[in-house]
Design a protein around this ligand. Structure first.
Ligand SMILES: [Zn+2]
Ligand SMILES: [Zn+2]
Length: 98
């Protein structure tokens, strides 16, 4: 597993609750967004299709519990840390129900 000593995600500091972890990934509450975020335990962004779908599945499972069935989506865009694969689960914007 490649690690970058200056990378916030590689440091795996448990500053927020962790919802899930295994050998390859962990799900923690993102310190900037306060939302569930799945993180690859390897400093890279190139994923196989299997890894990518496993990540989404793990995040979805954690997020269903976390959001208690309020609608959310998996946000694959990496804004603050573009060089270490992670994905956020974000609430769907509430559409007024007229
Ligand atoms: Zn990293
Ligand atoms: Zn975040």
């Amino acid at each position: 597993m490649a690690k970058d000593k200056d990378c916030e995600l590689c440091s795996e500091e448990r500053l927020t609750p962790w919802l899930y972890e295994d050998k390859h990934f962990f799900v923690a509450i993102c310190i900037s967004c306060d939302l569930p975020m799945v993180v690859l335990r390897d400093h890279r962004i190139d994923l196989s299709d299997n890894e990518s779908s496993a990540m989404k599945e793990i995040l979805t499972k954690s997020a269903v519990e976390y959001f208690d069935n309020t609608p959310f989506f998996v946000d694959d865009v990496m804004r603050q840390i573009p060089n270490h694969k992670h994905m956020h689960a974000r609430r769907r914007p509430q559409v007024p129900n007229f």
